[in-house]
Design a protein around this ligand. Structure first.
Ligand code: BF8
Length: 615
């Protein structure tokens, strides 16, 4: 547990704001985390069951108290059920995002969402070919139908190597429709249904695969079609991107359906003119969390920070509006915004918050609503209290936007240079480092130290989500960061002019990493589980991260978790996840809270894989 304010983060902008927050008596997630100590020991071990009203039941981990719930459920059953319910929630969140994007794509294709257009025609055509349909509306219908498919396969799973698909089929975890798998988790974890922990975990993997190769991949692909496939571009990251003399609008959440429109509305000359009339020199839109990643990589919109910085951004006193949609938005923002002039604006029909002004966003009238929101922010500038404004002078340049297409482009149109560098050992392997912040870990400490260790050891890092933002703030997304890499990786980066850490986007864009892994495995004619690659989520906290971890392992990639998942109450479940899974899906989890040791685990795994491949 982090006690001293100066130990809460390693990010200088955050430390500056944390000191200010302490002085001003502003409460943050770190303070609330401390007030929660000690956290429930049964919950931490996954041993609390609330699935029926004979409970809540809890199992005594020391063997002195109850060893079964009222229905007779053991620790193994309770831990497995709790875990896969988290997977269901995480998969639902990603996939509902994907569904929202697919719905908008359908409305756009039918001419009912005029604010949206096709920006990547080539990708649209590739998708139509993949789905074997003749027109855009048929594609939209086929993709919408994926969610409720009663029988498999879902189309994008066919992108996986043939050996992986065969394995999924053999294990009975080749996913059907996303909704189907999530409902089946909720059914099987109801009292008195599925009480075999292995069988439960397999269903968890199946639903997670429907997320990674289904809901998340649908989100990524259709976002690229509507908003453009990211290309390398430069921008800036950290709280210092807020401008003292401009209207600051922060877009926070996940769906670019909203953030794209806010970005467009804010550059409307009418809006800029109105901002000037209010005495501001312009409108400054910046991002937060994954929607920040979306507009960062497509438009170079600067990003104010990652998950644990959302309250610190409001505490700068310089934010006219924080506009949010879904996921990872702290309900605490409402009360905090009330201490400043900041308008906290919720927009999703699915997500309301105490203290927020709700300006509901619908695809049919997207740009109009975005303009109304921007106007509210502009008119709020006059309420800013200059004596409360404190913007840390900390921001860092970053190079972002490495979609798979962009990586292949940077390599000269083929994966061959990358394969050659892996074979020669110049690149030892690939590390996918992703995920959240969590006050259980010193903010950004896990992310940055793990990534730096990997690149120092010639492991090329691909990153998304809040890890990507931590790397952006620390300068690791710049080509110059190659100087921190081992000689082999440094040489490759310098020759190609790329950073040693490639920003691949938001958390749904981990689907890009799956596509890249499948393409590399296919090129080498091996399964994903044979690749010299490993994954990590050093500071994970969300249920989406649980689903991600499950589909990454289910796809064959060894993954190290930096915070302890609530499974240690069952030795059987913990053993299955950290060892037994290797014999089932060819990959397993490790839990390691020390990022340096986590890097060693990943590097050892990569070296083992290389040996097995004869490299
Ligand atoms: O989807 S990494 S804190 S912002 S859950 Fe949330 Fe975690 Fe950040 Fe994006 Ni992902």
């Amino acid at each position: 547990m982090v006690k001293d304010v100066q130990d809460r983060s390693i990010d200088p902008a955050s430390l500056e704001m944390l000191a200010l927050a302490k002085k001003a008596g502003i409460e943050t997630a770190w303070d609330r985390f401390e007030k929660q100590q000690p956290q429930c020991g049964f919950g931490e071990l996954g041993l609390c069951c609330r699935n029926c009203n004979m409970g809540p039941c809890r199992i005594d981990p020391f063997g002195e108290g109850p060893s079964k719930g009222v229905c007779g459920a053991t620790a193994d059953i309770i831990v497995a059920r709790n875990l896969i319910r988290s997977i269901a929630a995480g998969a639902a969140a990603h996939s509902d995002h994907g569904r929202g994007v697919a719905h908008t794509f359908k409305l756009m294709s039918e001419g009912r969402a005029p604010s949206y257009q096709v920006k990547d025609k080539a990708k649209l055509e590739r998708l139509m070919k993949e789905y074997n349909v003749e027109d855009q509306i048929a594609l939209a219908e086929a993709i919408m139908a994926e969610f409720g498919k009663q029988e498999g396969p879902i189309q994008f799973t066919l992108r996986a190597p043939a050996k992986r698909i065969e394995l999924w089929r053999k294990l009975g975890i080749d996913p059907r429709g996303i909704d189907r798998e999530i409902v089946e988790i909720m059914h099987r974890t109801h009292i008195g249904v599925d009480n075999d922990y292995v069988h439960l975990i397999l269903q968890g993997l199946r639903a997670s695969l429907a997320d990674g190769w289904g809901g998340s991949m649908i989100a990524t692909e259709l976002q690229d079609v509507m908003f453009g496939t990211p290309k390398p571009t430069f921008s800036e990251a950290n709280l210092g991107v807020l401008e003292p003399n401009e209207i600051n609008i922060i877009i926070h959440g996940h769906e670019p359906l909203l953030s794209e429109m806010i970005v467009a509305a804010a550059s409307d000359p009418e809006m800029v003119e109105l901002a000037k009339k209010q005495g501001a020199i312009g409108i400054n839109v910046s991002g937060m969390c994954c929607t920040g990643n979306e507009v960062l990589m497509r438009h170079g919109v600067p990003v104010a920070g990652n998950f644990l910085q959302q309250e610190l951004a409001v505490a700068t006193g310089a934010v006219e509006a924080m506009v949010v949609d879904i996921q990872c938005i702290m309900p605490a923002i409402g009360a905090l915004a009330g201490c400043f002039h900041t308008k906290f604006i919720s927009t999703s029909p699915k997500a309301k918050f105490p203290g927020a002004t709700h300006m509901e966003f619908h695809e049919e009238t997207a740009l109009e609503t975005a303009k109304e929101i921007v106007k509210v922010a502009i008119l709020n500038y006059q309420n800013r209290n200059p004596s409360k404004v404190h913007i840390p002078d900390v921001k860092t340049k970053c190079m972002v936007g490495f979609s798979v297409e962009a990586i292949v482009g940077a390599l000269g149109g083929t994966l061959d240079p990358l394969l050659g560098a892996i074979k020669s050992g110049a690149i030892r392997g690939i590390g996918a480092v992703v995920g959240c912040n969590n006050p259980k870990v010193q903010h950004d400490f896990g992310h940055l130290n793990l990534v730096k260790e990997l690149i120092k050891n010639n492991v090329l890092v691909v990153t998304t989500g809040c890890n990507a933002l931590a790397c952006a703030k620390a300068g690791l997304l710049l080509p110059e960061a190659a100087d921190l890499a081992g000689d082999g990786l440094k040489g490759v980066c310098k020759a190609l002019g790329i950073p040693p850490v490639l920003h691949m986007g938001s958390c749904v864009d981990i689907s890009r990493i799956l596509v890249a892994a499948a393409a590399i495995a296919n090129a080498l004619d091996i399964d994903i589980s044979d690749l010299p690659a490993a994954g990590a989520a050093p500071e994970w906290m969300s249920e989406k991260a649980v689903s991600i971890g499950a589909y990454v392992v289910g796809s064959g990639v060894f993954t190290v978790l930096g915070t302890v998942p609530p499974v240690l109450g069952s030795q059987a479940v913990a053993g299955l996840l950290t060892a037994g899974a290797k014999d089932v899906v060819g990959a397993s989890f490790a839990v390691e809270t020390d990022p340096f040791k986590a890097a060693s685990l990943m590097i050892d795994h990569i070296d083992n894989q290389r040996r097995k491949l004869g490299l």
